[in-house]
Design a protein. Structure first.
Length: 144
């Protein structure tokens, strides 16, 4: 039900990690993602530790789901001297092409413990349904 849009995105993520570059609005870093089906919904979980909910932007246009987030450096006093900085900063983005069988009008988003979880219900028209056989006159009914 979910389709990858760019097969080379994982390579970009690895190169960014190795080079130590941070994401920008014109070239954001990739955020790690899990996607799975749970009952009558698809679930997408994105790792965004240290990002405030105000810095997360979720959009759906047609069937393209876009999540963007920005992690800025914590404000530090002038007397603080940074010894080590390994936590990635900058802009993170992920785009996922959603199948027509998902109900993009009813997406739910939760953010807890640095994980953004999106639940996308399967559209009613895509769920299996029984078709009743009518009388000898040849009429059939669809029951949902």
């Amino acid at each position: 039900m979910l389709m990858r849009t760019d097969p080379f995105r994982e390579m970009d993520r690895i190169v960014q990690q190795l080079s130590g570059t941070t994401g920008t609005w014109s070239k954001p870093s990739v955020m790690p993602m899990d996607a799975y089906r749970e009952g009558d919904a698809y679930v997408i979980a994105l790792d965004l530790p240290g990002v405030s909910t105000e810095a997360i932007d979720i959009d759906v246009e047609r069937n393209m789901l876009t999540v963007k987030a920005e992690r800025r450096p914590a404000a530090k006093a002038d007397s603080v001297q940074m010894e080590l900085s390994e936590r990635p900063l900058g802009v993170f983005s992920r785009q996922v092409m959603l199948a027509d069988t998902l109900d993009t009008e009813r997406i739910e988003a939760d953010y807890e413990a640095g994980v953004l979880t999106l639940r996308i219900p399967i559209a009613e028209r895509a769920k299996p349904r029984k078709i009743a056989i009518g009388s000898e006159s040849g009429h059939k009914q669809i029951s949902g």
